[in-house]
Design a protein around this ligand. Structure first.
Ligand SMILES: *[C@@H]1O[C@H](CO)[C@@H](O)[C@H](O)[C@H]1NC(C)=O
Ligand SMILES: *[C@@H]1O[C@H](CO)[C@@H](O)[C@H](O)[C@H]1NC(C)=O
Ligand SMILES: *[C@@H]1O[C@H](CO)[C@@H](O)[C@H](O)[C@H]1NC(C)=O
Ligand SMILES: *[C@@H]1O[C@H](CO)[C@@H](O)[C@H](O)[C@H]1NC(C)=O
Ligand SMILES: *[C@@H]1O[C@H](CO)[C@@H](O)[C@H](O)[C@H]1NC(C)=O
Ligand SMILES: *[C@@H]1O[C@H](CO)[C@@H](O)[C@H](O)[C@H]1NC(C)=O
Length: 794
């Protein structure tokens, strides 16, 4: 795996520098204190240093090993300790845990999915993402919602990401009122960044480098700024998706997706917490890393600074158990302050059980397509038109060129397993010159294939999906005329080449096409359930636009983030990933929070979940990359609908304490030991009784009763009727099945009974359980409060 290789390479570097190597025998530990609720102990840096001093030889050493104090996400600190020192520390009074920070490398969730499923070598991001995307226009068509929410102007969103390009027009503060008084954050000085870069739009900015530098050594300042400034583009992109101002006539390279670029909550305030950095010596497209101590400190500060919503487009490539999940843990402390936390679901789909950020107090967001495409067809000399997609800004001269498969123009001796992919130095210039080359996906990076065709003198290239990738055609800004085609279309090309004595083709310039169908559909890279960590919680919660999204970009980075090859610079860029879908939902949360200041974070999540859409623009159920209907393990409740979420009728509420009790019920009795002592197990509710707006039952045997409570946030007098749809394997009933409300804020509890109908349904005990899906809803007039139900059997 690429990540392992990177860590290994780092060790080699450290070994060659003996001095730093000895120093690095210490590891970063996170020391956590008890008594969070009572606040009996003073927890400032001095207290933490005194703890350190008691295990270190000198004050200098104690200071030198100190990394961070944590105050708001937990009480504790991070420091470099030896094993013995850690042990000593764990025995000290007040200390409840000393964990080695495993140096788990989180990364920003742009589409590096193929790397993780081993399909596309060391990855390349997909570009593509957000912005004026038609989806946001739809939110914005909810003018009523926007104006009632005052465009989010009193709400502060914390972006845990890799910084911001503050000069982007998307972050202009023109016409914005003063910074909300509750704001306690700072604008941290650093390279090319000082207080003058903050304004009434970007109201705070900080960066977190200690964890990174303890692990990787000093930041290479050619690769990134030692400040909150974003050299890469990702953080700028996500921040502008959430809260970018309206910028007319923005477009990506080549003029694609031209339109008004605007975030979902254009007057909301942005606070930047930069915790992710480039992997040393690697091109940015090879990813960046965020260490858990840096993420924790960033979230800690954000909670203390007074953000209302946290948007975290960061994840790990695989599920993380609760006790090791720093994002989840810090998020629970954020919930305590009633901060809404939205996270990306991850880009490891379509593999099952690939979700990250699965905690029930987080909104877990998958990615979907929008109804816009970038079309660059291929015209064959026989007149046939073959559909392709591209945002390549360079175009072919208007004439036909010889069309060949890569395997026909390769250098002799290329191993068969590497054939057809246009890997580096695989093509023979004598054979490829002047031709359009068809290169297959499945190995190697997409953009580098184009560079290889260019190196070999090709005039254009066609990127072909393999069978697994099917219809999921990426849109890239290549360096030579190019387009990308589905597997079906690869077969057509092969047939044409094979059946023609002189195959010739022409790649038409790409154009932006709106109102494409079907849309939305699930992006193939979007991580899937079932939840591998917690079988009681159905995840993801929801999907939102994450494919080919136009948004602001760092003015120092090319659209592909290929640091060394791409010298183009763009102010707006198209990018894809659950990184881009998460900030859409963060924006929706801002608007809901502005409209309903008393709602809890659970109520906001519930409103989004129970009103999500499950039908696409052809009137059919949402589909996934196969073209078949998508299950809740791909879409959760469905596609977010902020306008409906503003008026959900009923919400499933849950408090901070409910979540603490939940961790006990789930069996993570030590998870919040510092915060909360779990009650005796006999008095704990069942984990399935957490008041979540969806239901998942793992290995149902016979019948299960599930308790839920809804709160009326709609009309004072209303009568909700129960309805349900279930597959033949189980039934769903409710007692009572009519809910009569006579005031707003009223809570009514009910039982949902799920009964297996087919006797024993064979299941595989050793692999992932097979799930079946249904739903139930409470309906009153135009309010439909819908919950997905996923069930597996013994
Ligand atoms: C940043 O630097 C300026 C000038 O050196 C100083 O006045 C200011 O206090 C610094 N701000 C912070 C947050 O450190
Ligand atoms: C901040 O940086 C800008 C430009 O980089 C510079 O003009 C300004 O003097 C700096 N302000 C402070 C307070 O250092
Ligand atoms: C090309 O055509 C020949 C004969 O028409 C056939 O045997 C061969 O399988 C075809 N190859 C491909 C890749 O379609
Ligand atoms: C929990 O159970 C133990 C023994 O089973 C008992 O001694 C203790 O008092 C109980 N605690 C609470 C809070 O009920
Ligand atoms: C299912 O429930 C029945 C009856 O209560 C019990 O006999 C059986 O062992 C249970 N099966 C499993 C797999 O738990
Ligand atoms: C739900 O079921 C429990 C027992 O399983 C029962 O005690 C409770 O009264 C039921 N609640 C409602 C509202 O029917």
């Amino acid at each position: 795996m690429a990540i392992k290789n990177i860590i290994f390479a780092t060790c080699l570097l450290l070994l060659s520098a003996l001095a730093s190597c000895t120093k690095n025998t210490n590891q970063i530990y996170i020391v956590e204190f008890g008594g969070y609720e009572t606040q009996t102990q003073l927890h400032d840096e001095n207290v933490h240093l005194s703890y350190l001093l008691s295990v270190k030889e000198s004050e200098e050493e104690a200071k030198g090993s100190f990394v961070y104090s944590y105050k708001h996400s937990m009480k504790g600190f991070a420091a470099l300790l030896s094993k013995e020192e850690a042990k000593k520390m764990s025995e000290m009074e007040g200390v409840v845990s000393v964990h080695k920070s495993k140096g788990r490398m989180y990364s920003l969730q742009t589409t590096r999915s193929w790397q993780f499923v081993g399909l596309e070598g060391p990855l390349n991001p997909n570009w593509g993402d957000y912005q004026e995307s038609s989806s946001l226009q739809k939110i914005n068509n909810g003018q009523d919602l926007l104006s009632r929410a005052k465009y989010g102007q009193h709400i502060i969103v914390g972006m845990i990401d890799n910084g911001v390009w503050p000069e982007s027009k998307s972050f202009s503060d023109e016409g914005m009122g003063p910074v909300p008084q509750k704001w306690k954050g700072i604008c941290q000085n650093g390279t090319a960044f000082n207080s003058s870069h903050c304004n009434r739009k970007i109201i705070g900015a900080r960066y977190y480098l200690q964890g990174y530098e303890s692990q990787f050594g000093p930041l290479n300042e050619e690769e990134d700024y030692k400040s909150a400034r974003d050299k890469d583009g990702h953080g700028t992109h996500t921040a502008s998706i959430v809260a970018g101002r309206a910028v007319p006539s923005a477009s990506a390279i080549g003029g694609f997706a031209r339109g008004t670029a605007v975030g979902g909550a254009p007057m909301a305030r942005i606070a930047i917490y930069k915790a992710c950095w480039p992997i040393k010596g690697k091109s940015k497209d090879q990813g960046n890393v965020c260490t858990n101590v840096d993420i924790l400190k960033a979230m800690d500060d954000a909670i203390g600074d007074g953000v209302d919503v946290l948007s975290i487009s960061i994840g790990y490539k695989a599920p993380i158990p609760y006790k090791e999940d720093v994002i989840g843990k810090a998020a629970l402390h954020a919930i305590r302050k009633n901060i809404v936390v939205a996270c990306s679901a991850g880009n490891s789909g379509p593999l099952p059980q690939s979700l990250s950020n699965i905690a029930p107090w987080i909104i877990t967001v998958g990615a979907s397509t929008v109804d816009r495409s970038f079309v660059a067809p291929i015209k064959l000399q026989d007149g046939t038109i073959i559909q392709g997609r591209s945002i390549t800004p360079v175009h072919m001269a208007n004439s036909f060129y010889p069309l060949v498969l890569a395997r026909e123009v390769e250098l002799p001796g290329l191993p068969a397993k590497d054939s057809g992919f246009c890997l580096d130095n695989s093509l023979d210039p004598n054979k490829a010159k002047g031709k359009i080359v068809v290169c297959m996906r499945g190995e190697g990076e997409r953009l580098k294939k184009g560079l290889e065709v260019e190196r070999a003198g090709g005039v254009g290239f066609i990127l072909g999906n393999n069978e697994i990738l099917g219809n999921d055609v990426p849109c890239d800004p290549h360096f030579i005329p190019a387009t990308a085609v589905s597997y079906q279309n690869v077969l057509k090309l092969i047939h044409y080449i094979n059946s023609s004595s002189n195959p010739m083709a022409y790649i038409l310039p790409g154009t932006t096409v709106l109102n494409t169908k079907p849309a939305p559909s699930v992006a193939s890279f979007s991580s899937r359930g079932p939840n591998a960590i917690d079988p009681n919680i159905l995840k993801p919660d929801i999907i939102a636009p994450g494919v080919d999204i136009l948004a602001a970009w760092s003015a120092e980075d090319g659209p592909t983030r290929m640091t060394y090859q791409d010298k183009r610079v763009v102010k707006y860029n198209i990018f894809s990933g659950t990184s881009m879908s998460c900030p859409h939902v963060s924006a929706a949360a801002i608007l809901l929070k502005a409209m309903h200041p008393t709602w809890t974070s659970a109520a906001i999540r519930s409103a989004l979940i129970t009103t999500a859409g499950t039908i696409d623009n052809t009137g059919n159920p949402l589909t996934d990359e196969t073209g078949n209907p998508a299950t809740p393990f791909a879409i959760g409740a469905g596609h977010f609908n902020p306008v409906k979420a503003a008026d959900p009728g009923l919400v499933y509420d849950a408090s901070y304490m409910d979540y603490l009790v939940y961790t006990c019920s789930f069996g993570e009795t030590q998870y919040f030991r510092a915060t909360y002592n779990c009650p005796n197990s006999s008095s704990l509710p069942e984990p399935t009784d957490l008041n979540y707006p969806s239901i998942q039952i793992h290995r149902l045997n016979g019948t299960k009763n599930i308790k839920r409570t809804v709160t009326n946030v709609g009309k004072s007098t209303s009568v909700y009727m129960f309805s349900a749809k279930s597959p033949e394997e189980f039934s769903i009933t409710a007692t009572p099945n009519i809910l009569e409300f006579n005031h707003v804020g009223q809570k009514i509890s009910f039982n949902i009974t799920v009964t297996a109908k087919m006797g024993q349904i064979p299941n595989n005990y050793y692999g992932p359980a097979r799930y079946y899906f249904g739903w139930y809803a409470w309906t009153h007039q135009n309010h439909v409060v819908r919950s997905q139900v996923a069930v597996s059997f013994t």
